[in-house]
Design a protein around this ligand. Sequence first.
Ligand code: FES
Length: 169
Amino acid sequence: MKRKESAEQYKQLDKVIDESKGMPGPIIQTLHAAQKVFGYLPRPVIEYVADKLGKPRSEVYGVATFYHLFHLTPKGKFQLKVCLGTACYIRGGQMIVDIINTELGIGIGNVTEDGIFSLEVVRCIGACGLAPAMMVNDKVYDRLVSPAKVRTVINQYRVLAAEELKQSA
Ligand code: FES
């Protein structure tokens, strides 16, 4: 999904940068704030932060890529994280990825057009005994041994998204 950062978002970021001037650890703090504003850290935003802080772009980019808490690609409202650690891979983790591909039309690292779902792959989420497993945001779903079970999880969140949309209309 193609997103464009808005002037309003940059204005919000400027405010945070002005407030954090002179504070310790400005890069991490500012990237954190930027991610909150934009939802993730696209390259233009990282470069903007670097320029505003007067730091080399390479340094700020290095920080953004080093810490797992920073996302360089957009995330969906519901982040699907399929485990492809050894136990899950052996027991069918790839099948989960394939079903998500088919059902939602997104590959690893992508977000659905409506911004509802994103897909990523992780290595072990601590549910090896109940593999294969995946997470949706922070919730773990295990024993996803059949395509039907994976579809049930996806549909549950489709319903949730539709209900939330209805409520906000
Ligand atoms: S390998 Fe998937 S939960 Fe451990």
